[in-house]
Structure formats: structure tokens, C-alpha cells
Design a protein around this ligand. Structure first.
Ligand code: PAF
Length: 278
């Protein structure tokens, strides 16, 4: 794979890379299209990374559909699908323990021990094999994005990390490969995550942080079948929980909940009222 990237560079192209675990949806394809517009060679990986699953059932049930993914990638303008087997990806490799700058201490971190270490380890291996100039990550996994940016900066990885907006269904549900596992009624209930985030966005910077969290959390009462794991408001970059609104800049609301068999996460940037129509 590295040879293909090297050849592209010799020919004067740059390499854009989209790492995924497959079961591709419009959110992934949007990343591919964005990379297509910015690079001569576009590479997408599909690899269900065992290192980042702390729940064996989640790993076993993670949707796998490589043939369909491959067709979708061609249509979206991807040049190369990199779908390594574990032995190839991790050949000669011992997992590393990365300094995540404390960014894994909250939100998803405590519920998913080892998850972010597993993500950084596989991203490092994928970058090692693909050697991209830029890698595209969805903002839906906001904590993952913050952690990858932190590690890339701290270790001076040469790859540019490009954040891309969350792609949503018409009813607001953030696109996720795990949505496939929801029954029709769970699928309807799952919109509560976005409804709660919208409530927070509506009240942000106008009521105290605590009151906004309470109002957003109360939205979950509309869906008794959904089990809220956390709803919080944090600094937009460092993801540190806020008790007061920052004097400048944005905040972010982060949510995780169990809906039927799947744990869903989502987040929304909270803008100051004067910045909302930007
Ligand atoms: O966001 C994902 O799909 C995964 O965490 C990633 C970045 C492909 C690593 O396995």
C-alpha cells in the first residue's frame, strides 16, 4: 500500500485517506468525496479493529459488508480500498501505550476502558501502511478526533488531520454503522439524542450550564426505553466539562445512550447566540 502512495507522490499527487471500520454510510462517503476534491489519490481502509472493542458482543455483531462497501467506494470516487487482515496490519507490531493528554478520562473513556488506546494504535498502523498526506475523520466521534489530533501533534505525525461535520438522517439521527442494528421502534427512539442536543443548543449561553444540562437530560423522559449514559457540556477543543460558559469561543454538548442493543454517541457544537447565524 505504501508503494502506491509513494508512486502517487512521485507523480505529483497527494494522498487523502479515510480510515473506517466498514458498513459504510453517507457520512463516510461524504469524507471520501471531500478527499476526492482535495487529493490525487484517495484511499479508504476497512478494518474492524479488535483493539478498540471492549465488549466482545459489539465486536462480533459489528456489521460487515465488504462487497457493498467496495461498490459504494467506487461510486464515491475512491481509488484504493485497503482492507488488510489483522496479521498484515499488525505484522511486527507490539501495541503501544500512548499519552492521550487526559482526553480519555471522561465521556466515553470510563465506559470503554482501552478503547481510545486501541483506536490510536490502529490509526498509527493504518498511517504506517498507507502513508497519507491527510486523513479525514468525522466530528461525530468528537472525542476520538480530539485524541487523534492530540497524539498527531504531540508525536509530530506528518499527516494532516481533517475534521468533517457529522452527517445526519433527515430526522436528526447522526449516521452510524451501528444504526443498522436498531429495530424500527428503537430507530425512532434514537432521535432523542439529537433532540436533547438541540435543546442544549437552543438554551446555550443564555441559561446556566447546569440548567441547560438538566433541560437536555429531561428530554430523555420522552423515551423511557433509552438508557442515558451521559449528557454533558464541555470546552469545544479540550472537552473538559464546563460549569460556566466560556468567555470566548464555542462549547460542545456530548451524549451517549444505550438504545436497544447499541450504544449510540452524538455531539453538537454550542454557539454563542450572536454567532448562531454564521
Ligand atoms: O472511527 C472509526 O471508524 C474507527 O475508530 C477508526 C478511526 C477507523 C479506527 O478503527
Amino acid at each position: 500500500m505504501a508503494d502506491r502512495s509513494a508512486q502517487a507522490r512521485r507523480e505529483g499527487s497527494t494522498v487523502g485517506f479515510i480510515p473506517t471500520m466498514g458498513a459504510l454510510h453517507e457520512g463516510h462517503l461524504e469524507l471520501v468525496r471531500r478527499a476526492r476534491g482535495e487529493h490525487g489519490l484517495v484511499v479508504c481502509s476497512v478494518f474492524v479493529n479488535p483493539l478498540q472493542f471492549n465488549n466482545p458482543d459489539d465486536l462480533a455483531n459489528y456489521p460487515r459488508q465488504l462487497e457493498r462497501d467496495s461498490e459504494l467506494l467506487v461510486q464515491a470516487g475512491c481509488d484504493v480500498l485497503f482492507a488488510p487482515v489483522k496479521e498484515e496490519l499488525f505484522a511486527g507490531f507490539t501495541p503501544q501505550h500512548y499519552d492521550l493528554g487526559g482526553l480519555d478520562a471522561r465521556w466515553e473513556g470510563p465506559s470503554r476502558p482501552g478503547h481510545f488506546q486501541g483506536v490510536v494504535n490502529v490509526v498509527e498502523r493504518l498511517f504506517f501502511h498507507v502513508r497519507p498526506d491527510a486523513a479525514y475523520f468525522g466530528e461525530k466521534d468528537r472525542q476520538q478526533l480530539a485524541i487523534i489530533r492530540h497524539v498527531a501533534k504531540a508525536l509530530r505525525w506528518p499527516e494532516q488531520i481533517v475534521p468533517c461535520p457529522t452527517v445526519r438522517e433527515a430526522d436528526g439521527l447522526a449516521m452510524s454503522s451501528r444504526n443498522q442494528r436498531l429495530s424500527p421502534s428503537e430507530r425512532r427512539s434514537a432521535t432523542v439524542l439529537h433532540r436533547a442536543l438541540r435543546k442544549a443548543a437552543e438554551l446555550a449561553f443564555q441559561q446556566p450550564v447546569k440548567a441547560v444540562v438538566e433541560a437536555a437530560t429531561a428530554v430523555f423522559k420522552e423515551e423511557p426505553g433509552v438508557v442515558l449514559d451521559h449528557f454533558g457540556i464541555a470546552g469545544a477543543d479540550d472537552l473538559k466539562p464546563l460549569t460556566d460558559w466560556p468567555a470566548q469561543g464555542d462549547a460542545v454538548a456530548l451524549v451517549a445512550a444505550q438504545v436497544g442493543p447499541v450504544r449510540l454517541i452524538d455531539n453538537l457544537t454550542l454557539h454563542r447566540p450572536e454567532d448562531r447565524d454564521r
